[in-house]
Design a protein around this ligand. Structure first.
Ligand SMILES: Nc1ncnc2c1ncn2[C@@H]1O[C@H](COP(=O)(O)OP(=O)(O)OP(=O)(O)O)[C@@H](O)[C@H]1O
Ligand SMILES: [Mg+2]
Length: 586
């Protein structure tokens, strides 16, 4: 056992001597209270340690004991539906144990070690079977929505099983198998948080993550295995957008990281999610959600590591062949933790005080996203959606700029839209998705209209943006009828398609079929209306039909199951405009 002594304390950064032989990133027990720390610099036994718990009251001279293993997560049945801090301490269990106070140095196992799980072994596995990293030995039904696969850890070196217990009831610590190298395999395994879990092959990200949010799915799609950023000034809707995606997207599992934001936002998640029903399974959303909470009042070092803890959890489930989506709110608060720690270590600051390694650290988070083939030949993915909170809403600041290098989907929240209560306030001019080309083939086989409608609608909004500049100079009346019609249709797209209120019972989740039907209807109206205007009908008659208002409200009136009703509106619109066109043609 290597033991050293504290020589200096600077907030969450502690310096110690006598730690020769400890590795970089080894976990240490710091001080009499045995707080969890991690060696982040090592110089001949003089170590710099990042302490993950509140260390007020610690003294110079207290001992530091090295555990000689890296900071790791415990991965196994019992994780799903849990709420953890940045270093996987189970907040609910700790809260119950300590009567409402999270005490430093308190040790509670990340997953319940007493709970008995039923393990269903795969039939062909027995004593003497050959094994490989990532091989599935059997399954445990964890929640009604999630069946966990019990896999051979990639850290296991043995290649055959000396013994195998088979199906039965076990705790996460019971040994279910032993390899020829005497390594024990349990239902749960450890994995170092800072190390990406291996996979067999990386795939292209050609399948969209359907979020049920029209502006995302149609305009700026995210792929399964892709990366997106939601930058936005104070109160523009970052958290709401992430909540909406967490609730409704078609991932198998959600990892939600509340990182340095207000505590009451986490409370909202905790009270709201258990009551929400997953549209695909009909079961509570919490049954497929893991929460990591490091709110603004919790230690900054744990905030720094929380992103890596989140992605490690996600990779573990990806390796079982699941599609996992991570929300991180907010990566700016995470970067501030990095800045504070760096400042404490008296490192040379780069832009706006952030350390020079900010981009490297951002990369080591976002680059762990992807769609892969696991060692069992199945597909799984991790998609990352990071909120960015630029001070003053200024996107030129370092965190937004560096994040842009690593993400391919940018949902820029627009202050003006938010002020006008146009939600989600994702601006169509500044936002982009580099996945649009990649998911096109998928859409072709699911709904061939997607590509064409999307392009047309985006073009209309671009033209509108240009026309608005003219309108500002000379007023709308100077524009030709065709342009004024375009302005009207652009409004219909904005109000009837892009707006989507997260609090509206019908509109909060829009199926992709409904999304396409609404946009198709608006654009069909445009085509018909142009024909009328060309035939000589007055613009005012064409744009003041009651059906126009009906179209704009359709998203909130008809449910996902009532697509036939939308078709009826379409028929009515066709006949009304058809009549006008005929009347003027003759
Ligand atoms: N999709 C939406 N539907 C309805 N209301 C919304 C939507 N998005 C945002 N809002 C409104 O905007 C408010 C602020 O949103 P939110 O808390 O998500 O902003 P934020 O960007 O996370 O703010 P902060 O910078 O404080 O973290 C919400 O309380 C809600 O009233
Ligand atoms: Mg927020």
């Amino acid at each position: 056992m290597i033991e050293g002594k504290i020589t200096r304390i600077s907030g969450p950064i502690v310096y110690a001597e006598g730690l020769d032989g400890c590795g970089l990133y080894d976990v240490v027990d710091v001080g009499e209270k045995k707080l969890i720390g991690e060696i982040i610099r090592q110089n001949k036994g003089n170590a710099t340690i990042q302490v993950y718990e509140e260390d007020t009251g610690m003294h110079i001279g207290e001992k530091v004991v090295c555990t000689e293993r890296p900071l790791s997560l415990r991965l196994g049945p019992g994780i799903v539906g849990n709420i953890y801090d940045g270093i996987q301490r189970p907040l609910k269990a700790m809260y119950e144990k300590s009567g409402g106070f999270l005490l430093p140095g308190e040790r509670t196992q990340p997953i319940d070690e007493e709970k008995i799980w039923h393990f269903d072994a795969l039939e062909n596995i027995k004593e003497g079977s050959s094994i490989y990293p990532g091989m599935v030995l059997g399954t445990v039904v964890e929640t009604q929505s999630i069946t966990e696969k019990i896999m051979v850890s990639p850290l296991i070196r043995g290649r055959t099983l000396k013994s195998f217990k088979g199906s039965g009831d076990y705790t996460v610590n019971d040994v279910i198998a032993v390899t020829e190298l005497d390594e024990e395999i349990q239902l749960a395994q450890y994995w170092p948080v800072r190390q990406p879990r291996p996979y067999a092959k990386k795939l292209g990200v050609t399948e969209p993550l359907i979020t049920g949010q029209r502006v995302i799915d149609v305009f700026f799609p995210l792929s399964k295995g892709g990366t997106a950023a939601i930058p936005g000034g104070f109160g523009t809707g970052k958290t709401m957008t992430q909540h909406a995606i967490a609730k409704w997207c078609d991932a198998d599992l959600i990892v939600y990281i509340g990182c340095g934001e207000r505590g009451n936002e986490m409370t909202e998640v905790l009270t709201e999610f258990p009551e929400l029903i997953d549209p695909r399974t009909g079961r509570s959303i919490m049954e497929r959600t893991i929460l990591i909470a490091n709110t603004s009042n919790m230690p900054v070092a744990a905030r720094e590591v929380s992103l890596y803890s989140g992605i490690t959890l996600a990779e573990y489930f990806r390796d079982m062949g699941m599609h996992v989506a991570i929300m991180a709110d907010s990566t700016s608060r995470w970067a501030e933790a990095l800045r504070e720690l760096s400042g404490r270590m008296e490192e040379m600051p780069a832009e706006e005080g952030f350390p020079a390694y900010l981009p490297t650290r951002l990369a080591s988070f976002y680059e762990r996203a992807g769609r892969v083939i696991n060692f069992e030949g199945q597909e799984g993915s991790v998609s990352i959606i990071g909120a960015v909170s630029p001070p003053g809403g200024d996107f030129s600041e370092p965190v937004t700029q560096h994040t842009k290098r690593f993400i391919r989907c940018f949902w820029a929240l627009d202050r003006e839209l938010a002020n006008a209560r146009h939600y989600p306030a994702i601006g169509w001019i500044d936002s982009y998705s580099e996945y649009a080309d990649e998911v096109r083939a998928w859409w072709e086989s699911h709904n061939p209209l997607w590509s064409e409608l999307r392009q047309k609608a985006l073009d209309i909004l671009k033209t509108e943006n240009r026309l608005q500049q003219i309108v500002r100079l000379i007023g709308p009346d100077a524009l030709p009828n065709a342009d004024r019609l375009l302005l009207r249709v652009a409004d219909m797209i904005k109000n009837g398609f892009l707006q989507q209120n997260a609090f509206d019972d019908i509109d909060k989740y829009c199926s992709s079929e409904k999304q396409i039907l609404i946009l198709e209807l608006i654009l069909a109206y445009y085509d018909r209306a142009i024909a009328c205007v060309k035939a000589g009908a007055p613009l005012s008659q064409v744009v003041s039909l009651p059906v126009c208002d009906e179209i704009v409200r359709i998203r909130m009136v008809y449910k996902n199951e009532e697509l036939d009703k939308i078709q009826e509106v379409r028929t009515r619109m066709d006949s009304q405009l058809g009549e006008i066109e005929r009347a003027f043609k003759n």
